[in-house]
Design a protein around this ligand. Structure first.
Ligand SMILES: Nc1nc2c(ncn2[C@@H]2O[C@H](COP(=O)(O)OP(=O)(O)OP(=O)(O)O)[C@@H](O)[C@H]2O)c(=O)[nH]1
Ligand SMILES: [Mg+2]
Length: 396
């Protein structure tokens, strides 16, 4: 999607996006990845003017993509006053520098962009410390190669720390900041762990899923709270925990940070304590935006991430959300076009391939009763194991 240039304001950065197709990928998939990168760029405040794709067998270690393609992009950048180039892959410090020398504009990679969004989204002291630490861990190994690059970035996407402050670019200061941030994080981790222990008497359920799948909307629906939800990526960074009662059963429900393809490793490490909320949950509700063209890939990415943080053995229920917008991309086993009814969805391949799954629309409040009932059943099963003599649970 090319965005109407009239919408640009003075602060908006004009970006081009670059991705490569390697051997095992097809063009359709890479285009979808670039659509996601465009959404990330937009969330960070940049408007995408053009997307470039290059099919390559081997990466150029100096400039990642080939010289000819880079020259073509440089020409476009010059003609259209582009201020920002974003690569969908992670680049080294020297690659960033070499590419910038050719393109003569600011160059970011996907990791840097995601970190920038996290920095803008961080509200609590805890989230700010986690993000700033991840940003410096990304920056430090790239620093010596990036001087001119960093000078260019000042004030815009890429070097903004939490709370709109500029990140440090002095190596010694950064090393010192990293040690202070680690100390702060340790302290907060201890407090969080004590808080979590206090909640041990309750069954705990965590909402997990790809960013923008509808986790916070579901949290608001079940707990009648008012957590920030919007159609942008990473609306939620801080974990929120709410006590919910269904029938006569109380349990704790937590809403956590969303996952994304190629989530920077430094972020996963820095968000360790946030992820503990998922690790310590009894049940995971894996929320899927079934209306997204790439939802199957998103399911795989969430499953991989759950595996990486060592929670894939937990009881997981897949919640196919946004059924109000779901139209199969290709004719499926029912060979009809258009939206599916609930009973059709229950008989579809989605249901057959996923033993524990449910179909809902959180905004249109479709099938919420069955959803609540299913949660009630799971929670009461756990409580009856803990308190075998008490079977006095009722659903209402
Ligand atoms: N059409 C439709 N839109 C929905 C549904 N559920 C959520 N949305 C919308 O999807 C967008 C993202 O919802 P959120 O609840 O913020 O998603 P999230 O998973 O918490 O996202 P992050 O916190 O960014 O990871 C919002 O604009 C919601 O209004 C649904 O059932 N149908
Ligand atoms: Mg959210």
């Amino acid at each position: 999607m090319l965005i109407n240039q009239k919408k640009l304001t003075n602060n908006t950065e004009k970006a081009v996006l670059i991705s490569v197709i390697h051997k095992n990928q097809n063009e359709k998939q890479v285009k979808e990845f670039l659509d996601e990168l465009e959404f990330l760029a937009l969330t960070a405040g940049a408007v995408t003017v053009k997307k470039f794709i290059q099919r390559i067998a081997e990466f150029d270690s100096r400039t990642f993509i080939g010289k000819g393609k880079l020259d073509e992009i440089a020409k476009f950048i010059n003609e259209k006053d582009i201020t920002l180039t974003i690569f969908d892959d992670e680049l080294s410090g020297s690659q960033l520098k070499n590419i910038e020398n050719v393109l003569k504009c600011k160059v970011l990679d996907r990791t840097n962009l995601i970190l920038d969004i996290f920095a803008a989204r961080a509200k609590t002291a805890y989230a700010k410390v986690q993000v700033e630490l991840a940003q410096y861990q990304y920056l430090l190994p790239r620093l010596t190669k990036m001087w001119s690059h960093l000078e260019r970035q000042k004030g815009g996407i890429g070097l903004r720390g939490p709370g709109e402050k500029e990140l440090e670019t002095d190596r010694r200061v950064i090393k010192w900041r990293i040690s202070i941030l680690k100390e702060q994080l340790n302290k907060i981790d201890k407090q969080m762990s004590t808080q979590r222990k206090k909640r041990n008497e309750f069954v705990r359920i965590a909402l997990v899923g790809y960013t923008n799948a509808g986790k916070s909307t579901i949290m608001n629906l079940l707990s009648k709270s008012n957590i920030f939800a919007e159609n942008k990526l990473f609306a939620t960074l801080d974990t929120t925990v709410r006590k919910v009662v269904i029938g006569n059963l109380p349990f704790l429900l937590s809403d956590t940070v969303g996952f994304i393809r190629k989530l920077p490793h430094s972020l996963i490490e820095a968000f360790n304590s946030t992820l503990n909320e998922i690790r310590e949950a009894d049940i995971l509700l894996h929320v899927v935006d079934v209306s997204h063209p790439n939802f199957e890939e998103q399911i795989n990415i969430v499953n991989q991430t759950l595996h990486e943080i060592k929670v894939s053995e937990k009881q997981i229920i897949i919640i196919f959300n946004k059924i109000d917008k779901y139209i199969p991309a290709e004719p499926d086993d029912m060979l009809i076009n258009g939206p599916r009814s609930l009973s059709e969805l229950k008989n579809s391949w989605l249901s057959k391939n996923n033993k524990h799954c449910l179909f809902i629309s959180a905004t249109k409040k479709e099938n919420i009763d069955e959803f609540r009932k299913q949660i009630f059943n799971c929670v009461s099963e756990i409580y009856s194991k803990i308190y075998p003599n008490n079977n006095n649970y009722f659903y209402s």
